[in-house]
Design a protein around this ligand. Structure first.
Ligand code: MN
Ligand code: MN
Length: 466
């Protein structure tokens, strides 16, 4: 090997860029593929926030977690969880250090963009039956036409019974869809701006085309659809007002690429961080600080409502923990650190214009540390401090985690936010850490298996570190 020049040595010492993991640590490829089998199952089992909570509770119970009780005494290593209204969840492993030294929070969200049914959704038009929808979260509406959709949700019937709906996921079950025009007749539609390619009121889901056999009935196609729903779930039209029903892509998580290096699936924002956070929570046995792993709801619509992080449910939980130690919650919070675990936009070689290549995250370079999000001059952002950046980077480097840093595209190209600012508002040191994603918020998002593995490793190191 030829000797390095002085300049080469100096460059090695002074410059830095995130390496490609597949080139520097190819042994991780197999590990990542193995780890992601569990992740793909998590994606398939949890296509709504409620399903994610149910599956997470199943995994937690299997691993020795018990429901949290504010009346019980806990010792280091004890594992508990709390479910918030079936749509959000907190899990904890009690740490070695007393609570006043702070907790380690890892917050991810389990709601994803989708088409929600309107409160009065079912109608018949020209002998076809449809559901009216109101989209949830930031979607590019044109992407949701001609995609097979599954129907997921719950209905609280008049008698108080809860029916759980899931149609379109099992082999052989019917699916649903939003139709779109054929190119032969789309001349006018093609001239619309892309954001109106399909308009909100055009996102109507095909439900059926056969009539109920009775010539006296005014809307027989709608009636047959209702009859079938009644048969299966005992519900009537009025029960839609007592329901939460989501239409989501009926596609299973799968490997992408000849090399199977990537995962394609719906809802990876942010179940990719939810799964890795949950696995780190389960796998950490004797953490230094008490852990608070949050799988939250409503992030995609601004964290509103009592299952979103703009509510006090996490603060109330930490206050319950503080009460057990007989200290005020503010003393816990001000010594705590939070990873706001959410995805970032991976650099897309096909659309490189919207990225600053020096400040973007890339597939196969590891988890992405995002100092700030926001839009128009960081507005709406938690801008993490240098001290916290140093601490989190040190934790990752000590554990040999592959990480990179990135921001969401070019300045003024757009923007976005996460739960970070809401946790920071509790007087907690907070920074965003997550996974690079291609085609974010589409029905089929793309991630790298190596990045998933290293995000899990980062989260675990965060819980194990001093
Ligand atoms: Mn997200
Ligand atoms: Mn999102």
């Amino acid at each position: 090997m030829s000797k390095k020049t002085k300049g080469q040595e100096l460059a090695e010492k002074l410059t830095w860029s995130a390496p490609n993991i597949a080139k520097e640590a190819p042994k991780q490829i197999e590990k990542a593929k193995k780890f992601c089998e569990g992740y793909k199952k998590f994606l398939d089992e949890g296509k709504t926030e409620r399903e994610c909570v149910n599956y997470a509770v199943e995994l937690l119970e299997k691993n020795g977690y018990r429901p949290f009780s504010a009346d019980e005494k806990y010792k280091p290593g004890d594992k508990v969880y709390l479910v918030n209204r079936g749509k959000a969840l907190i899990a904890t492993t009690f740490g070695q250090e007393p609570l006043e030294k702070g907790v380690r929070i890892n917050g991810a969200h389990i709601d994803s963009p989708r088409l929600d049914l309107k409160p009065n959704p079912l109608y018949e038009k020209d002998e076809m039956a449809y559901f009216k929808t109101h989209y949830y979260g930031g979607i590019r509406k044109y992407q949701w036409g001609t995609v097979p959709l599954a129907m997921h949700g719950v209905v609280i019937k008049k008698n108080g019974e809860k029916a759980t709906i899931c149609i379109g996921e099992k082999e052989g079950e019917p699916v649903f869809c939003v139709t779109d025009l054929l190119p032969h007749l789309s001349g006018q539609q093609d001239a619309r701006p892309l954001r109106e390619g399909l308009k909100g009121e055009e996102l109507n889901v095909v439900v059926g085309s056969l009539p109920y056999q009775d010539e006296e009935v005014k809307e027989p196609v709608k009636l047959l659809a209702l009859d079938l729903l009644h048969e299966q779930f005992g519900m009537t039209e009025a029960d839609f007002y007592r329901a939460e029903i989501e239409m989501v892509p009926a596609v299973k998580a799968c490997d992408v690429g000849l090399d199977r290096s990537m995962i394609g699936a719906y809802g990876q924002d942010d179940r990719i961080c939810a799964y890795t956070a949950l696995m780190a929570e389960i796998d950490v046995k004797e953490p230094v600080y008490t852990t608070v792993t949050i799988l939250t709801d409503k992030e995609e619509i601004g964290s509103e409502g009592n299952t979103g992080l703009a509510s006090d449910y996490v603060k109330n939980y930490i206050e319950d923990l503080a009460d057990l130690s007989g200290i005020p919650v503010r003393r816990v919070l001000r010594n705590s650190i939070c990873l706001s675990s959410d995805v970032n936009a991976a650099y897309d070689p096909g659309f490189s214009d919207v990225y600053d290549p020096r400040n973007s995250c890339y597939l196969n370079k590891g988890c992405v540390l995002t100092k700030y999000t926001g839009a128009r001059g960081k507005s709406g952002s938690n801008d993490a401090g240098a001290e916290l950046m140093a601490k989190v980077i040190a934790i990752m480097e000590d554990a040999g985690v592959y990480w990179q840093a990135g921001e969401l595209g070019k300045v003024d190209a757009g923007g976005g936010g996460t739960i970070a600012k809401l946790v920071a508002a509790l007087d907690v040191d907070t920074v965003d850490l997550g996974v690079p994603i291609l085609s974010m918020h589409s029905p089929f998002e793309l991630s790298s298996k190596l990045d998933v593995l290293n995000t899990y490793r980062a989260f675990k190191a965060f819980y194990q570190s001093k």
